[in-house]
Design a protein around this ligand. Structure first.
Ligand SMILES: [Zn+2]
Length: 315
């Protein structure tokens, strides 16, 4: 029996590296099943698969269908892909309608548990300009309110705009939402928590000493954990590394050229590493890992459901 229970609420299982394809080149077979199994063995039993555009959202839903009770999907268009609204055949209103219909249908079937990944990314304006990001963040927030799905959010360097657009919709979203892969300041984190949002922590959220100071201050009642695999792995060069000394061992990893079904792939983060995210958060906060895991699990289930019911929510 695994010691703790985890939900990886940010995992990009639609990425081609989980089909064995890296930078367009096939290195090994699809090993999603093994990736999930490795995670389940350490107690990570729920996966929320990120949808980042229409195609990926459909793919995430297909994975939720394939792994019932394990995988759940988010539906939405990422701020960096927001320009696809303007190039969509049929125009932006049609893509918004398609997304809304998809979210309604997938929610009804118990497959979609969040609307996202949506938000603002002012660090990468070269991918989609500010005006388009704002316009389609707002339009998609309206879809989330209509469909009544909690939000899966992305925010980079967009503090005030992000707050302004959310503040007007959150009163109509009782489950609020999660700002995933948080890398902002203490003030920003406190602003999000004051709005009722949860904060998602992964390896990228613990790269620097400043990051760790923020993590230390995230209230347990608003903390969720994720890996953001295949991205955001914890590296030896990160500030988090000094807290990993007595962390539980991870499954063995090899280079992709030497892949076999029982190993992780170097440089490809996966859900089984969530144990290290929880471990470091606990060390940084100076509390037992069990406390971090229990809080994060409860917060994720309360917000997204993921096919579970909390005792305090029992009918
Ligand atoms: Zn993101």
């Amino acid at each position: 029996m695994p010691q703790y229970k985890y939900a990886d609420v940010g995992i990009n299982l639609t990425d081609s590296v989980f089909r064995g394809k890296y930078y367009g080149k096939q290195h090994h077979e699809d090993d999603t099943e093994h990736v999930l199994q490795r995670a389940i063995e350490i107690g990570c039993i729920k996966f929320m698969v990120t949808g980042s555009d229409l195609k990926e959202s459909k793919h995430a839903i297909a994975l939720a269908e394939k792994y019932p009770g394990r995988c759940y999907a988010t539906v939405g268009v990422h701020p960096c892909s927001a320009k696809t609204f303007d190039s969509h055949p049929g125009g932006p209103p049609q893509l918004l309608q398609v997304l809304e219909d998809l979210a309604i249908d997938a929610k009804k079937r118990g497959l979609a548990t969040a609307y996202g990944e949506i938000g603002l990314d002012y660090d990468r304006l070269m991918l989609t300009g500010k005006e388009q990001q704002l316009k389609y963040f707002e339009a998609q927030l309206d879809i989330a309110v209509k469909v009544q799905l909690p939000l899966f959010l992305h925010s980079r360097a967009a503090g005030e705009d992000f707050k302004r657009l959310l503040a007007s919709r959150l009163p109509q979203l009782p489950k609020k939402g999660l700002v995933h892969s948080f890398t902002g300041t203490v003030e920003e984190m406190q602003m999000l928590v004051a709005l009722g949002l949860d904060v998602g922590v992964n390896g990228c959220s613990m790269k620097t000493e400043e990051n760790l100071e923020v993590v230390k201050k995230i209230p347990l009642g608003h903390l969720q954990i994720e890996t953001d695999g295949p991205w955001c792995e914890m590296r030896a060069s990160h500030a988090s590394a000094k807290y990993k000394g007595d962390a539980p061992p991870l499954p063995h990893s090899v280079k992709k050229e030497r892949w076999n079904k029982d190993t992780m792939v170097k440089g490809r983060n996966e859900s089984a590493t969530i144990a290290h995210v929880a471990h470091v958060i606990a060390k940084v906060k100076g509390i037992p890992t069990s406390e971090v895991c229990e809080a994060a699990w409860n917060n994720s289930i309360r917000m997204f459901g993921l096919g579970e019911t909390l005792e305090d929510q029992a009918p």
